[in-house]
Design a protein around this ligand. Structure first.
Ligand SMILES: Cc1cc2nc3c(=O)[nH]c(=O)nc-3n(C[C@H](O)[C@H](O)[C@H](O)COP(=O)(O)O)c2cc1C
Length: 343
């Protein structure tokens, strides 16, 4: 059903994104909350405008393909042995078959768009799975190209070209829209955004959140450290959304740091079409979606905004009353304005 038909009174929250029509701009991003059909259905019931499934990882696909090859050449009694040749990801032991089933079952269980996610770093074959994901019924695909360029032979252009090549391969093989979860660390995010859209992406997610490991000083070990985000982390995506608004033909999704409706509002004012949230839902549960959309509705009503479209980008670089606040002039002013107590 057209989401605008379900609107009662109050501002119009209907939001176009990736060629889809969402009932409002708050989307549940990839997380363990959406790794079962029940979890996806709960998020949809709690009011998510769209749900993004956790990623199918390149490593899972290579693992499966290699295991399959080994088994078909060596006989099926080698199963236990073969599995020890491959890195084990017990947390991600769901293979592509289960993932496709999750897409099919979740698609049937909810009436909002369902987005699948592929996560990899090379362009060696895993992108073929995009076709299977499309066939299974996903409404769109999010591509998360996650990898640190720690090889000194890889120069910046080679790294960028790899992103573009992956996006081209995927978008040329499927018809559903593809959104790229972008890395915030390109030298020229504007140029990369253009290149990704030219390569066929229908939209960009700003940004992918990299999980930097920590050092355990007791054990002298490098330890993985996953901390949920905080609202102070919205600043970087907020800045680049503000800059990109009106300057790209792709849809823009904001991701990272949403805790309250204030972050949702700020992201929309910067220029996001949709705003994604994971940490807040892990902290407060799926029902928190309602708190976010109610807060947005209330703010829009108080300010006299009739639609999300009307407020989108109102504080972007293009529309801000003080565009210099985004650029270098303000950098010096900001540093100089800091009052420290030690003089
Ligand atoms: C436990 C956990 C699992 C996640 N799994 C995925 C995943 O499978 N694929 C992905 O692209 N992002 C994944 N993310 C990242 C989130 O989708 C999101 O981009 C990130 O948490 C930033 O948003 P937030 O500040 O609202 O948490 C995961 C995050 C968390 C905390």
């Amino acid at each position: 059903m057209d989401p605008s038909m379900t609107r009662n009174i109050g501002p119009n929250l209907v939001t176009p994104w990736l060629g889809l029509s969402l009932k409002h701009p708050v989307v549940a991003s990839a997380s363990p909350l959406c790794q079962t059909v029940t979890g996806v259905a709960q998020l949809a019931k709690a009011g998510a405008a769209a749900v993004i499934l956790p990623s199918l990882f390149e490593e899972q696909l290579h693992h499966d393909a290699a295991a399959f090859e080994f088994l078909s050449s060596a006989g099926c009694d080698s199963s236990a042995e073969s599995s020890s040749y491959f890195p084990s990801f017990p947390e991600f032991d769901r293979g592509p078959t289960d993932y496709l089933k999750l897409i099919r079952d979740a698609r049937a269980a909810i009436d909002v768009p369902l987005i699948a996610s592929l996560n990899g770093t090379t362009d060696s074959g895993w992108t073929d799975y995009a076709r299977e994901i499309e066939k299974a019924g996903a409404d769109a695909l999010e591509l998360n190209v996650y990898g640190l360029p720690v090889d000194e032979d890889q120069n910046a252009r080679m790294v960028e070209d790899r992103y573009v090549s992956i996006v081209k391969q995927v978008t040329q093989s499927i018809r559903i829209p593809v959104s790229v979860k972008m890395n915030p660390y390109f030298s020229s995010p504007m140029e990369m955004a253009d290149r990704l859209i030219e390569a066929g992406a229908s939209g960009l997610v700003l940004f992918n959140r990299f999980y930097q490991p920590d050092f355990d000083l007791e054990k002298m070990e490098v330890v993985p450290s996953l901390q949920l985000s905080s609202p102070s982390e919205i600043r970087l995506p907020l800045l680049w959304l503000s800059v990109l608004f009106g300057r790209t033909s792709g849809s823009l999704a904001a991701s990272t740091g949403v805790e309250t409706s204030s972050e949702v509002i700020k992201y929309l004012l910067a220029g996001a079409d949709v705003v994604m949230t994971t940490s807040a839902l892990l902290r407060h549960g799926p029902e928190h979606l309602r708190t976010l959309t109610d807060g947005l509705t209330q703010w829009m009503t108080q300010r006299g905004y009739e639609s999300v479209g009307q407020m989108r980008g109102a504080m972007s670089l293009r529309n801000a009353r003080n565009p210099s606040a985004f650029v270098r002039a303000n950098y010096m002013k900001t540093l100089a304005s800091y009052q420290h107590p030690f003089v």
